[in-house]
Write a protein that binds this ligand. Structure first.
Ligand SMILES: [Fe+2]
Length: 204
């Protein structure tokens, strides 16, 4: 079955003033849609391929566009209208096991933001910054992936798109301002639910 563009869980202007409507429209309807279309095309070609050589030739397109679709589908849910401008609950980390784990691992939420932003700003070229749970020890870790590589080593909790298409129209070359601003629209409720699911599995 063909992949489709998932609808945004909020209007295109809902993340303003931190992420502009113009960015959100282009990012969702053009960039993400392109990954979906190219993934469908690559999967259709793969299904028709009759030799290992033909299938190997499609690996890069499957990884890039499949990763792009996975990462963006997760990213939209990672974001929420901001509490700082009375639009929603974005940016608010409530008390609970997730907050406790952040404070235990990073000392404070502010320090997590600092370490996350430093690692993500340090990506050469395009990529993604991640907060994830290590499946072996259930600890929170910061990681990065290049290009559209999905996070495979950790269970993704929060992912931030650091491709220029995610911020350039509003923040120009000042990547660190985008990274500082995005925490105002991080959906910590979604992150907490993912965290609880990721660590809960270990108790079975
Ligand atoms: Fe993107």
């Amino acid at each position: 079955m063909a992949h489709t563009l998932p609808p945004l869980p909020y209007p295109y202007n809902a993340l303003e003033p931190y992420i502009s409507e113009e960015i959100m429209v282009l990012h969702h309807t053009k960039h993400h849609q392109t990954y979906v279309n190219a993934l469908n095309a690559a999967e259709a070609s793969y299904a028709k391929a009759s030799t290992p050589k033909e299938r190997i030739a499609l690996q890069a397109a499957l990884k890039f566009n499949g990763g792009g679709h996975i990462n963006h589908s997760l990213f939209w849910k990672n974001l929420a209208p901001s509490a700082a401008v009375n639009k929603g609950t974005g940016g608010v980390l409530r008390d609970g096991a997730f907050k406790t784990a952040i404070e235990k691992t990073f000392g404070s939420l502010d320090n997590l933001k600092k370490e996350f932003n430093a690692a993500t700003a340090g990506i050469q070229g395009s990529g993604w910054g991640w907060l994830g749970v290590n499946p072996s020890n259930k600890q929170l870790e910061i990681s990065t992936t290049p290009n559209q590589d999905p996070l495979l080593t950790l269970v993704p909790i929060i992912g931030v798109d650091i491709w220029e298409h995610a911020f350039y129209l509003q923040y120009k070359n000042v990547k660190v301002d985008y990274l500082a601003a995005i925490w105002n629209v991080i959906n910590f409720e979604e992150a907490e639910a993912r965290y609880n699911e990721a660590v809960g599995a270990s108790k079975l």
